[in-house]
Design a binder for this molecule. Sequence first.
Ligand SMILES: N[C@@H](CCC(=O)N[C@@H](CS)C(=O)NCC(=O)O)C(=O)O
Length: 219
Amino acid sequence: MTKPRLHIGDKNYSSWSMRPWLALKHGGIDFEEVLHALPEQHSGAPAFGAISPNGRVPALDLAPGVTIAESLAICEWAGEVAPTLWPDGPPGSNARALARSASAMMHSGFSALRTDCPVNIRRRTDASRMTEAGKADAASVDAMWTACLDHLGGPFLFGRFGIVDAMYAPVVTRFVTYAIPRSKTAEAYIDAITRDPHVAAWIAAAMAETRQLPRSDVA
Ligand SMILES: N[C@@H](CCC(=O)N[C@@H](CS)C(=O)NCC(=O)O)C(=O)O
């Protein structure tokens, strides 16, 4: 294997794939990408057992028999290769720890927002079917973005684009797809993320896909 190989799902739907793809791109890491069709229905067992130890995408092949599972672990690998993917921050600011905290919160949390609003980059609908729990998650995300952006001045959460922004980029697409109400500061962040060249390239590729997953088109 000459370069790392990143297995991803359909760009229109695979929120977890978007995150490490953006981290690798922003880290300037050369990689091969292999796109897999996500299953139309959940069968009970994860679909990609032949690709990854957790049976899911994304997965990163580093060498024969060496596959990294889990989006955040792949981002961490990218951060080892390209340390600028985590913020420096002034001494005592704990910027790296705070960016890791926000990234981990995204990886393990906000499940109501994720359930209410599956990523579907091509779609435009409204927030009328969101649950109270989903709306509360969206408000928490907005408050967290606003605290970071007010504190450090943006344009990204800790200044320059980093892994923490890659982790939240699919959430930005949810705010757009479902027209989720947001603060002015969050609106500016959504704008900055969607204009980022690598995010824009992912979105353009998602827009060009034609495959449909009915389970993500009705929520
Ligand atoms: N915790 C995993 C979640 C990965 C995940 O759920 N991937 C979905 C696609 S976005 C998948 O592979 N689904 C296939 C299935 O569940 O069968 C991560 O962070 O990478």
